[in-house]
Design a binder for this molecule. Structure first.
Ligand SMILES: *Cc1c(COP(=O)(O)O)cnc(C)c1O
Length: 361
């Protein structure tokens, strides 16, 4: 018997995180049998026509949904965003030059740390002094060859409101807000994003980069760390993570059918305004991030009275709300509201907050 459970959980997990239910069903089907082929997605050759077509569709959907100019390359690789820290720095810091980093949170700090292992990276701005509760302005001029930003700080719940301005090409970790809104590609040399926040399951990382900016590093890079090696093999230099890429492709198909990134931007804004509105109104809760830096994707907040923290987590659990506990470095609560999270789940959370005020205020 097939299990017939339909999910009733409101999944606010920060990552891995909620995906559209239709995507999870199709992914499960493909593991059993891919498109009536008699074979599972995970037992066919990655060189088969079936999988080559999947890879091409995934890359083309990235192109169409972000509106990539032709001179941008799209790759699905491995190692997560964590290897991306190093890979992006190696490929887009010309030797003899350096990369400036906006240090806006834990992931940004880790990105800088990896780049510093090559010896040519430094912070240009930081919000560490204030516990990473804001996005500090990005200096309009940089003496480095490129500027690295983390567009959305998943842990602290801060986000650049729009693509910032600086006089150098930017390299960006967009792991937790890619496909949540349009991107001004003209400002970026390279974007990388782990799939598991807004695009698919863990196991693949997306690289998008300007081919004109690539190959200027002057280094003899190890093959796997050289993006141009992957580009030369159409993202098939070695066995790709077929399940993660297939499922990301399904999510991108879903995104396109739902109206694309502009529609996602609208929905995400509605969800954010619903939850931040309640955080502003409800005296039992405080927002963590400064208002002008608040993330649309990850909403961080705390209980005004710390004695309420555990009680509120229990109230959420009783309402089938999952993944709301804050990251250990911030405490309190974090509601991650990626593309696939319906606004009805946010409304359930807001109702729990109102009820909590009524019973504990
Ligand atoms: C989750 C996350 C990472 C780490 O991603 P991995 O794929 O686990 O390496 C890096 N940057 C940001 C912004 C993230 O949210």
């Amino acid at each position: 018997m097939m299990p017939t459970s339909t999910y009733t959980i409101h999944n606010f997990s920060a990552g891995p995180c909620i995906l559209p239910q239709s995507v999870m069903h199709q992914a499960a089907d493909a593991v059993r049998e891919l498109d009536a082929s008699g074979l599972s997605l995970i037992e066919i050759s990655h060189r088969s026509k079936a999988f080559v077509d999947i890879m091409e569709e995934a890359r083309n959907l990235v192109r169409s949904e972000l509106g990539l100019p032709d001179h941008f390359e799209v790759l699905f690789l491995q190692g997560g965003a964590s290897l991306g820290f190093l890979t992006a720095a190696m490929n887009f810091t010309p030797e003899g030059s350096s990369m400036d980093y906006a240090v806006t949170g834990t992931w940004a700090k880790k990105a800088l740390k990896e780049a510093m292992k090559m010896g040519n990276a430094q912070a240009i701005t930081s919000s560490e002094d204030t516990g990473f509760n804001c996005i500090p302005p990005l200096p309009s001029q940089s003496n480095a060859g490129a500027v690295h930003i983390t567009t959305n700080n998943t842990i602290y719940g801060t986000q650049y409101a729009t693509d910032p301005n600086t006089d150098k090409p930017m390299v960006a970790d967009m792991s937790s807000d890619i496909f949540s809104r349009p991107v001004d590609l003209s400002k970026y040399a390279c974007i990388y994003a782990g799939a598991q926040k807004n695009m698919g399951p863990a196991g693949t990382v997306l690289y998008i980069y300007d081919k004109d900016a690539a190959g200027k590093h002057g280094r003899d890079l190890p093959s796997y760390l050289d993006l141009e090696v992957h580009a030369g093999k159409d993202s098939m230099f070695n066995t790709p993570p077929v399940f993660a890429i297939y499922t990301s492709m399904l999510t991108l198909r879903w995104l396109k059918a739902e109206g694309g990134v502009l529609e996602m931007q609208k929905r995400n804004a509605a969800k954010a305004s619903c939850l931040y509105g309640e955080i502003n109104r409800n005296p039992l809760f405080n927002g963590f991030a400064k208002s002008d830096s608040r993330s649309v994707m990850n909403v961080t907040f705390t209980a005004a009275d710390d004695a309420h923290t555990q009680m509120f987590l229990e109230a959420c659990a009783a309402a089938d709300i999952n993944g709301i506990k804050g990251h250990r470095s911030v405490g309190g609560f974090r509601a991650s509201m990626y593309n696939a999270l319906p606004i009805s789940s946010v409304e359930v959370l807001v109702d729990v907050m109102k009820e909590f005020e009524r019973t504990h205020g």
